[in-house]
Ligand binder design. Sequence first.
Ligand code: PLP
Length: 226
Amino acid sequence: MPSPEHRLNTLLQRIETAARNAGRTDRVSLLAVSKTQSADVIRALAAAGQRAFGENYVQEAGAKQDALRELPLEWHLIGHLQSNKAREAAQQFDWVQSVDRPGVIEALARHRPDTRAPLNVLIQVNIDAEGSKSGCQPEQIEELAARIAHHDRLCLRGLMAIPDPEHDRQHRASSFARMQQAFARLRSAYATVDTLSMGMSADFEQAIAHGATLVRIGTALFGPRE
Ligand SMILES: *Cc1c(COP(=O)(O)O)cnc(C)c1O
């Protein structure tokens, strides 16, 4: 197994190549998706220079955040957020990418501690209208954005999507393209918006070609999950 540093550098190269091939001149960042990975694995990747880590579960993340408190890491919640976990999420994370309904917005704003910077939030969009329980419909973006912007404990940073993995490449291109358009609209309305989170191990190059500014990658970085 190659070292964490080697795997990280190989992946960063692939991201850079994809950005160059797409004619991108802005920055594309890597979120290391560390769900099911131990605090020690995260520590090794942090030592290699990675700062931003994504977790799906508030409780699983909490244990690792406690163990790694001395490191200057940036934690993103990327899993579906249950309302009864919103308070802990607002306290533990730097970003919540899975904001998809008014109740969660209100709860995150209410519970974000005054001692911390405003919580960065992305609106998760259910771009393929799946039967999935996560993500708002594209028509709801505007209303949710206005609600988020109303709270000074929250900072609206952009959009997140997980296209249906069952679809083929061509269908995925259309999902990514619709996200890119929605992102452009949102960015022209809000000065704080700078992040389009889409693309995972299997499709990040395609996402970058459609304007992703943040790719969320687990398997291609850590190997297959147990
Ligand atoms: C697990 C997960 C990822 C990473 O998926 P890989 O295919 O392992 O790169 C990205 N985003 C979300 C929301 C996830 O749940």
